[in-house]
Design a protein around this ligand. Structure first.
Ligand SMILES: [Zn+2]
Length: 580
């Protein structure tokens, strides 16, 4: 369909359009460079709608690494110049959306949790400056409770959307399900419908905050309801800001009764009428992927890139607007450019985060390394266990090693070191009562971090599908894990104070609320009697305990309570464990 007029200042395909813009701005660009349909070959260019997306920003507003106390490559302030350029070069309408996970994930966000009475959350300050048109709620938005979320987003100049968050009592949408934005193209109205979804796993991951208050219906079901409604209300183009990946689920859908975590591949097959999906949640990048006529793209996490979709639209009196072609690409920020207005607006927030993170809480005569934390007992893990047991009074403690590159230095230990060691600032400490049989099952489940490895020959030994944060180690008992044996039979020794643990023994076990609530689908803990339930984050408790000690010596935290057998597998596990 040939449009009657040509309003674009630049001829050629969208990639060329963005290419020219980026060349002018001195910016890098990745993505396809081919001429699409409607290109200059036929002598006319159809009008363009340019949609931009970010996702999983996780508080990365400024190009600063608060844990390393140094400059970082990325930040929203580095994407704003690109967004501004696209807005000024494109004669057609533009739109900017975010696919969720904004309010949690770095010390800048943490410095505003909880939000003070008269404070504006710096994430919202930055997003207002960016001029977002809509944003999706991500799962991490619920980490600090519904009140913190609602108070934070109240200051936004744009709506936060979700088609699959409903009031548990009424079943009504708890947040706007979609918005229809009125724009103009070639002198005609163009209505762009934007909706959003998130993983139903919020019900498990943040059970403490949402149970009995919010429900999270299945993603395909939600979009099947919402997309036709948006079309019915006149949406010419439908965009989904999906805090979601194509497929995969990290929780048990049967026992939880929840829809799968990631469903966008199913959405492509089963939901009609979606033009563009801005993916999120997986922290991967997708430049341009078309499935069943829907364009999928995903910006890099922590403002690493901007996803740009360019749509050729054609208008006919009978059909109205139709998308003739859609292309996606990712644009990376120029490290030399950062929006000064945003930097100024965030200066106070930035200073607060820097001073919190650089505070010295103790000193150590030796360096502590996390490199071997998943292959043998280490002082670092023992420190976490000791604090968890002290605070809860529990017999045993379970914890995972979140980062093999973390560690404590010789000399001054700062809050930043503890933040790197324990990155999940939303994890709360808890303790439950379990039996000996349940403890054994718990350790067997954790041992799935290793593939079954008969004859000690396997490639790989570390199961790539099992994240390291779901490999819990337990302190307070002595045990051996033998990966050469079949799944379910790999805990070959389990003792407490020199005596084998009997199935009927009873213990109290300290762990975090993510695990106790069902994160990682560990058996025996979600239904267990809770014997300790504080409202303090494990990270805060660690900081307090370390500060009280003043001096922290790894020699005081030596442990030998568990081992991998046969020992030749230790080196392989060490090599393969990588940074996961
Ligand atoms: Zn995320």
């Amino acid at each position: 369909m040939k449009p009657s007029t040509d309003l674009l200042p630049l001829r050629g395909s969208s990639s060329i359009l963005v290419g020219i813009l980026l060349a002018a701005a001195g910016l890098g660009c990745s993505g396809p460079d081919s001429e699409g349909p409607g290109g200059s070959e036929s002598g006319w260019v159809s009008p363009k709608l340019v949609l931009m997306g970010t996702t999983d920003v996780h508080g990365q507003l400024l190009p600063w690494d608060y844990e390393a106390d140094g400059e970082a490559e990325h930040g929203l302030s580095r994407l704003l110049p690109i967004v501004d350029s696209i807005r000024s070069v494109n004669a057609g309408p533009t739109l900017l959306v975010d696919s969720g996970d904004l309010l949690q994930g770095n010390p800048l966000a943490a410095a505003f949790t909880p939000l003070g009475p008269d404070e504006e959350h710096p994430v919202i300050t930055a997003m207002n400056l960016m001029g977002y048109d809509a944003a999706a709620l991500g799962n991490h938005e619920f980490n600090f409770g519904i009140e913190h979320l609602d108070r934070s987003i109240a200051a936004a100049d744009f709506p936060f959307l979700s088609a699959n968050v409903v009031d548990a009592e009424t079943g009504e949408a708890a947040y706007p399900e979609y918005v229809i934005l009125e724009r103009e193209l070639e002198g005609r109205p163009l209505r762009i419908g934007v909706t959003a979804v998130l993983p139903p796993g919020v019900a498990v991951w943040d059970r403490d905050h949402v149970e009995g208050r919010l429900d999270f219906p299945d993603i395909v079901h939600a979009l099947r309801g919402v997309v036709p409604r948006m079309r019915g209300e006149g949406a010419d183009v439908v965009v989904v800001a999906a805090h979601n990946a194509f497929e995969g689920t990290s929780y048990d859908t049967v026992s939880t009764g929840l829809g799968a975590e990631n469903r966008m591949a199913d959405v492509a097959r089963m939901v009609h009428g979606i033009d563009v999906v801005f993916l999120g949640h997986s922290h991967r990048e997708v430049a341009d992927s078309t499935l069943n006529g829907t364009l999928f793209l995903q910006a890099g996490p922590r403002a690493a890139s901007l996803a740009v979709a360019t749509l050729d639209l054609a208008f006919t009196e009978t059909e109205g607007w139709r998308v003739e072609a859609a292309r996606g690409e990712l644009i990376r920020p120029d490290p030399g450019r950062s929006d000064e207005r945003m930097e100024a607006a965030l200066a106070d927030a930035h200073a607060r985060a820097v001073s919190q993170m650089t505070r010295v809480i103790a000193t150590s005569p030796e360096a502590w390394s996390a490199a071997e934390t998943r292959v043998r007992p280490t002082p670092l893990m023992e420190l976490i266990h000791e604090v968890q047991r002290e605070v809860t009074g529990a017999d045993l403690s379970a914890a995972a090693s979140f980062s093999l590159s973390a560690g404590l230095p010789r000399g001054n230990i700062t809050v930043a070191h503890i933040a790197r060691l324990y990155p999940y600032d939303n994890n709360l400490l808890r303790a439950v009562r379990i039996t000996g049989a349940e403890l054994k099952e718990y350790l067997e489940h954790s041992a799935r971090y290793f593939n079954p490895c008969p004859e000690a020959q396997c490639d790989p030994l570390v199961n790539p599908a099992w994240p390291g944060f779901n490999f819990d180690m337990v302190s307070g008992v002595d045990y051996t894990l033998d990966p050469t044996r079949p799944i379910g039979e790999r805990v070959t020794r389990l003792e407490r104070e020199g005596r084998p643990v009997a199935d009927t023994d009873e213990f109290t076990l300290a762990l975090n609320n993510y695990r106790q609530g069902g994160g990682g689908a560990f058996p025996g803990v979600t239904q267990a009697e809770v014997v300790y339930e504080g409202n303090e984050s494990v990270r805060e408790l660690l900081i307090r305990a370390i500060e009280a000690r003043g001096t922290l010596d790894p020699a005081d935290f030596e442990a030998t309570n568990w081992e991998i057998h046969p020992p030749e597998l230790v080196d392989q596990a060490l090599r393969e464990g990588g940074g996961r």
